[in-house]
Write a protein that binds this ligand. Structure first.
Ligand code: X2X
Length: 334
């Protein structure tokens, strides 16, 4: 029995069922952590992939899924994937940038006009560049296909966001990432860094008045229970890199690695379609639950960021070459 087979039996929180009674314990039991509820397409597709992997490896490989930050906040779990205490982790590139600075480049405000541009960019040269930077950090690697989080919108307990002036002094939660803090400072807001596992309670207790996330998360994480307004700001596209601890990954036999990466990448592509489909229906659901929606003209928001020097600052941080790769795909950012 490997060390991993023993470890498998100690986890009460895992979603997948594991060998009890007459079933044989898997040869390799690997932990996958994420910050989203079980009902989110990311977890639905990950569970499907886990079942397919188990089947195709004849039970040799078991992927145990820990949703909803059960193993800790994103910041904690980033430490665990680096050390190998966790084997796999889906993490926003923006948060990953606290370890691999280049990874936040897709989060530049208003960079993407639509999903076609997102996938062309992230499955193309820019994504390849970011994965290369992740690999250079040595302790982790990223699978080829990034998973969709979505275009982010702004919710609030006290007012709709219609113009950039509405963001002035706005008490908004941001994830742990310098790019997010910098963008809301440029808007003149009062950003507070809070990991996702504490967002619902921070909104409920009014530590902050608002937050920003894609509609699939506003819905599945039930943020509509603690937020009244949803402004369709579309200010950023965000995705999750499926990360592996390098040493643990390389400890797997080549044939198992091939099966795992095939099903994980296929699940990412399926999840993208699920999130897009949800986008068509979720606004109506949230409206029925009492959220008030408004659309937003992005032009003045983008102008505000430009005038505050946001694009110049981040072009300098990412470097001319990376910035040119981004602009070659999305157009000039000014
Ligand atoms: O923390 C968030 O807001 C979330 C769930 O969108 C991310 O993982 C970045």
């Amino acid at each position: 029995l490997s060390r991993r087979s023993f470890a498998a039996g100690t986890s009460a929180l895992a979603v997948s069922t594991f060998a009890i009674g007459n079933a044989r314990a898997a040869e390799f039991t690997y932990k996958y952590a994420n910050n989203l509820p079980l009902s989110h397409p990311l977890n639905i597709r990950a569970q499907e992939a886990a079942a397919k992997i188990k089947e195709e490896t004849s039970g040799r490989f078991e992927l145990q899924i820990y949703p909803s930050s059960q193993l800790g906040s994103d910041t904690d779990t980033l430490g665990q994937i680096r050390s190998g205490a966790v084997d796999f982790f889906t993490l926003s590139g923006l948060i990953l940038s606290t370890f691999v600075p280049a990874a936040s480049i897709n989060g530049v405000g208003f960079a993407f006009k639509d999903y076609d541009t997102v996938w062309k960019t992230m499955d193309g040269k820019l994504g390849e560049y970011v994965r290369g930077e992740i690999a250079k950090a040595r302790s982790i690697i990223a699978f080829e296909k990034i998973w969709d989080n979505g275009f982010r919108h702004t919710t609030s307990s006290n007012k709709p966001i219609v113009t950039p002036a509405d963001l002035a002094n706005f008490k908004i939660r941001v994830p742990a990432s310098p790019l997010w803090t910098s963008m809301y400072r440029a808007f003149g807001s009062a950003p507070t860094t809070i990991n996702f596992n504490e967002v619902y309670s921070a909104l409920q207790s009014k530590v902050v008045d608002g937050q920003e996330n894609p509609l699939a998360i506003v819905s599945t994480a039930k943020l509509f229970e603690v937020q009244s307004y949803c402004s369709l700001t579309n200010h950023m596209w965000d995705g999750f890199w499926f990360l592996a601890n390098r040493a643990n990954w390389e400890a797997l036999p080549q044939d198992i690695r091939a099966v795992v990466s095939k099903h994980i990448n296929a699940a990412a592509v399926a999840e993208r379609a699920d999130v897009a489909k949800l986008g068509d229906t979720v606004q109506a659901d949230l409206t029925a639950k009492g959220m008030k929606f408004n659309t937003v003209d992005p032009a003045p928001f983008r102008e505000k960021l430009k005038a505050a020097g946001f694009y110049t600052e981040w072009k300098g941080k990412f470097g001319d070459a990376a910035w040119a790769t981004l602009e070659a795909s999305v157009g000039s950012l000014g």
